[in-house]
Design a binder for this molecule. Structure first.
Ligand code: COD
Ligand code: ATP
Length: 201
């Protein structure tokens, strides 16, 4: 089976596309979900974060205060690099375990928001990029997450550019239209990938 990664900028529609793929029988391994699991209370991940950032990044119940840590790391590249160095190896390890545990013959897609930034492109046979213009990312972040324009831009700037992602894409899904239009592109992409897999086997 080809190793497939799905990436895209923040609020580009990665989770939406992943859900559409899942509904068509694809096994999804989502790094954003794993990045939450590896910092749950009692994990080595959360211990390392508290050691680096202090207990002010915890909520009263001992879980991670994501909004507080987010406002710290998206305002400070060095802090973000430290957080990435703690979380990314834990996420990669878990993602590889889950991919290896998928049923034989299943098509697995790994959702990796920071595929380009982390230099992981070479590990995959096929890269799907969910693409949207920066002004639409901004609109979604401000309306969906309630971020100010500055907060939204800080998150967009913490990532690779749209062009850098498009450069590594084997398949591009344009998520600027309706959900039905995105769904049609997802079906077409899956058909193409399955057809090329069948030819290769
Ligand atoms: C900073 C944190 C606590 C903020 O949590 P929050 O709930 O607000 O955001 P969430 O985790 O849902 O991420 C939403 C999106 O933000 C972007 N993002 C998250 N972390 C980063 C990062 N370190 N650099 C650039 N973009 C990032 C991604 O597009 C991601 O899809 C959290 O994002 C985090 O732990 N980040 C470090 C781990 C990471 O890199 N995760 C993303 C890929 S595995
Ligand atoms: N055509 C479309 N395709 C995908 N998402 C769309 C589309 N139109 C609007 N959206 C909206 O864009 C928003 C972002 O989608 P989603 O949460 O899937 O993005 P994401 O890339 O997973 O976000 P994050 O980077 O924050 O994890 C959602 O509110 C979604 O409904």
């Amino acid at each position: 089976m080809p190793r497939i990664a799905l990436t895209g900028g923040i609020a580009s529609g990665k989770s939406t596309v992943a859900r559409m793929l899942e509904a068509r029988g694809v096994v999804i391994v989502d790094s954003d979900v794993l990045a939450r699991e590896v910092v749950e209370p009692g994990t080595e991940g959360l211990d390392a974060i508290v050691e680096r950032f202090g207990s002010s990044v915890l909520q009263p119940d001992g879980s991670l205060d994501r909004a507080r840590l987010g406002s710290l790391v998206f305002a400070d590249p060095a802090a973000r690099a430290d957080l990435n160095a703690i979380v990314h190896p834990l996420v990669r390890r878990r993602a590889e375990e889950l991919e290896a545990a998928a049923p034989a013959g299943a098509l697995v897609v790994q959702v990796i928001p920071l595929l380009v930034e982390a230099g992981l492109v070479g590990g995959f046979d096929h890269v799907i990029v969910v693409d949207v213009a920066v002004d639409e990312q901004l609109r979604r972040l401000m309306s969906r997450n309630g971020y100010s324009c500055d907060e939204a831009m800080a998150r967009i700037r913490a990532q690779a550019t749209r062009e850098e992602r498009l450069r590594v894409a084997d398949t591009v899904i344009d998520s600027s239209g309706s959900l039905a239009e995105t769904e049609a592109q997802v079906q077409a992409a899956l058909d193409r990938i399955v057809a090329s897999t069948d030819q290769g086997s």
